[in-house]
Design a protein around this ligand. Sequence first.
Ligand SMILES: CC(C)(COP(=O)(O)OP(=O)(O)OC[C@H]1O[C@@H](n2cnc3c(N)ncnc32)[C@H](O)[C@@H]1OP(=O)(O)O)[C@@H](O)C(=O)NCCC(=O)NCCS
Ligand SMILES: [Zn+2]
Length: 233
Amino acid sequence: MGDNSKVNKNNRFNESGLTPLFIESMIFLRGSMTIRIHPTAEVSPRAQIGDGTCIWHQAQVREEARIGENCIIGKGVYVDAGVVIGSNVKIQNHTSVYHGVSIEDGVFVGPHVCFTNDLLPRAVNPDGSLKSAADWQLVTTRVRRGASIGANATIRCGTTIGEWAMVGAGSVVTHDVPDYGLVWGNPARLHGFICPCGGRLASSEQEARFVRAICQQCTAVVDIPLEIWKQAI
Ligand SMILES: CC(C)(COP(=O)(O)OP(=O)(O)OC[C@H]1O[C@@H](n2cnc3c(N)ncnc32)[C@H](O)[C@@H]1OP(=O)(O)O)[C@@H](O)C(=O)NCCC(=O)NCCS
Ligand SMILES: [Zn+2]
């Protein structure tokens, strides 16, 4: 994203000085750019938003957050300071994406998903004084390209959710999820593998170091490392 992708709350009007354009209560920006921010959303002047992105009611996007192109940021979503979100990402209503989380292109995050960034949280120090920003250790989380996270899941910090992986609704993710991995439950366990189309992957042949898996829905072929394949329960 270049400078022309920058947008802020006080800058919702066409910068050319022409009459602001209101369409269906959303606001379109900068002529050729079509970033839409609902009037009730709060977007920091120091956040960067890509072309085609839509930010819905009461969402908050903090300073230094970067959101790519063609994203949908749902109602009441919180995007913390410095969070990086790729392009073509959908984040559903009331999800919180905290500092230290990065989300790559094409990721789906369901409603009410909660990320975390402090593994051992405390409000106060042992002496009872309130912890300051310097009194805790940030633990990061990465959601890789094409992955999906089901409604109401909680993601423990320090984990990576692999490419095209899928996390079931209500899961508590405590370990890394492999590429194409399908996990659910509390704690989330690896139950199988899933194609980018959403179909289940089934083993067709086994090589020395990987399993060649075929999608039961679209017949795409995906190679999964053997030691990862064996981890599924
Ligand atoms: C994880 C998921 C993809 C699995 O779908 P599936 O492969 O069709 O799974 P099934 O329905 O065949 O379920 C298989 C078993 O796992 C259980 N199960 C499925 N999803 C589960 C979940 N999220 N948490 C706990 N158990 C789950 C089922 O109860 C079933 O167990 P049973 O055989 O003892 O009855 C799906 O259940 C899910 O959670 N999708 C996400 C939905 C969502 O949040 N969407 C967000 C946008 S609205
Ligand atoms: Zn498929």
